[in-house]
Design a protein around this ligand. Structure first.
Ligand SMILES: [Zn+2]
Length: 154
């Protein structure tokens, strides 16, 4: 994935996005297009049904080029996480929580931000669900937050 920095559009009540902006390529366009619709869709091999993330040009299991994107529920659980309290990337201001999230209905693990949750309440196994953040007029990121029936959002 290439990265570019662009002037971000503000969503009401949210600070401007200071991080990298994704540039879709031929392999990942289906993933980013779904996010723009506020849907989470994961690449899947149409021959052997293997889930693939991040998106690739060919299936790593059977080498098929017949790949598609399937919408998933966006529900999952925290496999691991780290709470970041100092600035590692210029412009990306702490504190924030980076997590590995295992999806409930696709055999993939996503690297993501956990948002709107008290970092002290984050734990391995925490049930989470996707939330979408429009960072520019045509770029949306998938982030995760605690399920409303679990931990009060901070
Ligand atoms: Zn395959």
């Amino acid at each position: 994935m290439q990265e570019q920095h662009a002037d971000a559009v503000l969503t009401a009540g949210e600070p401007a996005w200071a991080g990298p902006v994704p540039v879709p390529d031929l392999d990942s366009e289906g993933y980013w297009a779904a996010l723009r619709r506020h849907e989470l869709a994961i690449q899947r091999c149409e021959d052997c049904r293997t889930w693939i993330h991040p998106p690739l040009a060919a299936c790593p299991r059977c080498h098929s080029f017949t790949l598609g994107f399937e919408q998933v529920s966006g529900r999952g659980e925290v496999y691991s996480f780290t709470a970041v309290n100092r600035e590692f990337s210029p412009g990306i201001r702490p504190p924030y929580v980076v997590a590995l999230v295992d999806l409930d209905d696709a055999d993939v693990r996503l690297v993501t931000d956990l948002v709107d949750v008290d970092s002290a309440a984050v734990r391995i196994g925490l049930p989470v669900e996707v939330t979408f953040r429009d960072i520019t007029a045509d770029a949306t990121l998938a982030m995760f937050t605690s399920r409303s029936d679990e931990v009060p959002r901070g």
